[in-house]
Write a protein that binds this ligand. Structure first.
Ligand code: CA
Ligand code: CA
Length: 147
């Protein structure tokens, strides 16, 4: 099994984290990226479990966003917490998902994630502008799970 941690170079991981930091300068929303090899079953349902396991509900405005990617299975999902779902329609993520999907099909995984993060930040700032007392409520580090 290829090591999931080496799927992205150190440089690419830094780029992804930098994109999260940049996006979170515009919004109180908190974006995380979680990477696995495989995703058994339905990807959105699985991403919801990952969201819970990473304790991503622990934001004041319930506006955490998880970008989940299973690299071997070429499955990914973007899910937001209930604070976001209460404000936006079900098509909120469609543009972002379509764009990421295109880049992933071209094997441009790091770029797809970075673009998705930046686009999510742009969308989130409309409903969740940055607050003057902003805290970094959820880690900006990309996390990996061997499975
Ligand atoms: Ca924050
Ligand atoms: Ca953060």
């Amino acid at each position: 099994m290829s090591s999931i941690k080496t799927f992205f170079t150190g440089e690419q991981q830094k780029q992804i984290e930098a994109a999260i930091i940049e996006a979170e300068k515009n919004t109180s929303g908190e974006i995380r990226v979680h990477i696995e090899n495989n995703c058994k079953g339905e990807v959105v349902q699985h991403a919801i479990k990952v969201f819970e396991r990473l304790k991503m509900h622990q934001t004041k405005e319930r506006n955490g966003v998880l970008i989940y990617l299973a690299v071997d299975d070429h499955k990914f999902a973007i899910i937001g917490d209930e604070g976001i779902n209460n404000k936006v329609g079900p098509t909120f993520w469609d543009n972002i998902r379509d764009h990421m999907s295109k880049l992933f099909q071209q094997q441009q995984f790091a770029q797809g994630l970075c673009d998705g993060i930046v686009m999510a930040g742009e969308e989130l700032k409309k409903d969740f502008p940055l607050q003057h007392n902003d805290k970094d409520e959820l880690s900006n580090e990309v996390t990996f799970n061997h499975n």
